[in-house]
Write a protein that binds this ligand. Structure first.
Ligand code: PLP
Length: 390
């Protein structure tokens, strides 16, 4: 179905940060399947691990113990603030699980019959009915009403707005679900003072603080999880996208005290199958062995400086730059060009970029990108900007 406005380009193969289309053109991929191909394309370690796993066992059922799933859950628990993990296949599903968990927590731990979850305006949490309702952007709601009940919104990074929403819904609020950096909403990093106050309010009111790490998690911010940039620990977090490096897998991780699911409460046929977990275990191992967090920090700084130079060089087109690590947004001047104009111009120069809203262009390359490739991306960006300026 025509659910996407697609570019007239068919991508057929890739290697590292490069992809090739059916006409033989080569592109430097700063989209990475929208912040998903952590190790780039056709990574040797991932290829080898998945081939081996296919020879051994692909899919069984969560009716049985799955060794790869246990290993992956242990890795997440050992490398985050959470203790237990539920596996699914996508970001929306992970958030759906988080929403159900928060509601059950409200019912069983707080005796609240009509639990309500607070989320931020300009957020994005996915397209299933509950996740899209959690998404604080009316444009994603239109045409899909009636939406599920039990959500209310506050302004991101705005303490008075959060306090007012909590006050208004004090008898029903059970959780706050939000991104540490708003991705689709325009690459807007969370504010430390805001998150610190949020943590305090959640503690005082026994609310679950749930971090949506679907886009920034798995190292993209320069720390393994986005919440680590903000100096707080959530009670639960969701992850997907980069977790499997291009293989579909999602997860909800929770601290022990919030792990209210019991057998029968929630399930997934595919969630956490041996093949998906092998993919994520391989991404996790490669992140550590190849010291990719350091690479994200260094290449992120290089990209940030490069983008800042372009903002100075093209003030008539560009308004600023923001982000963390290898998730960065270039802000366009309102009255000059739109994000899609720049994305198209960059594509013509062999550089893949993706909009984040109408006035921000997003750079989310594979975390393996090197110094030379960042320079190549910036050169191609220059060519695109010169053509647009002309
Ligand atoms: N949450 C965030 C922060 C996202 O950026 C996205 C996707 O862009 C989602 C959830 C939904 O993930 P998926 O498309 O895997 O359902």
């Amino acid at each position: 179905m025509a659910t996407y406005g697609r570019f007239p380009v068919k991508l057929e193969r890739g290697q590292g940060v490069w992809v090739h289309d059916s006409e033989g053109r080569r592109y430097l991929d700063c989209v990475a399947g929208i912040a998903t191909c952590t190790l780039g394309h056709s990574d040797r370690a991932l290829r080898r691990a998945l081939t081996q796993q296919l020879r051994k066992l692909q899919h069984v059922s969560n009716l049985y113990a799955i060794g790869e799933q246990e290993q992956l859950a242990s890795w997440i628990a050992d490398n985050s603030c959470c203790d237990q993990v539920f596996f699914c296949n996508s970001g929306a599903e992970a958030n759906e699980a988080a929403i159900k968990l928060a509601r059950k927590y409200g019912h069983s731990r707080r005796g609240i019959n009509q639990p309500l979850i607070l989320t931020a305006r300009s957020s994005f949490h996915g397209r299933t009915l509950a996740a899209v309702t959690a998404t604080g952007q009316p444009k994603y709601h239109r045409g899909f009403e009636p939406l599920p009940e039990g959500f209310a919104y506050f302004d991101y990074n705005d303490i008075p707005s959060l306090e007012a929403a909590l006050q208004q819904h004090s008898d029903r609020a059970v959780a706050v679900l939000l991104e540490p950096l708003q991705g689709e909403g325009g690459i807007l990093p969370g504010d430390r003072a805001f998150f610190s106050r949020l943590r305090q309010l959640c503690d005082e009111r026994q609310l679950l603080l749930i971090s949506d790490e679907v886009q920034v998690g798995m190292g993209r911010s320069g720390t393994l999880w986005g919440y680590q940039q903000l100096g707080i620990e959530p009670d639960a977090f969701t992850t997907a996208k980069g977790l499997g490096g291009g293989f579909p897998i999602g997860a909800l991780a929770v601290k022990n005290y919030a792990a209210v699911f019991e057998p029968g409460d929630h399930a997934s046929t595919f969630g956490g199958n041996p093949l998906a977990c092998r993919a994520a275990l391989t991404v996790a191992r490669e992140l550590q062995q190849r010291r990719l967090l350091e690479n994200v920090q260094q290449r992120g700084e290089q990209l940030q400086q490069g983008l800042q130079q372009r903002v100075q060089q093209w003030p008539q087109l560009l308004a600023g730059e923001r982000g963390w690590g290898l998730i960065r947004g270039l802000l366009l001047r309102d009255d000059s060009i739109s994000a899609i104009d720049l994305v198209k111009a960059a594509m013509a120069e062999g550089l893949l970029l993706v909009p984040a809203g109408s006035q921000v262009v997003r750079f989310v390359p594979p975390l393996v990108i090197n110094r030379r490739q960042i320079n190549q991306a910036l050169q191609r960006l220059d060519q695109a900007l010169s053509k647009l300026a002309a």
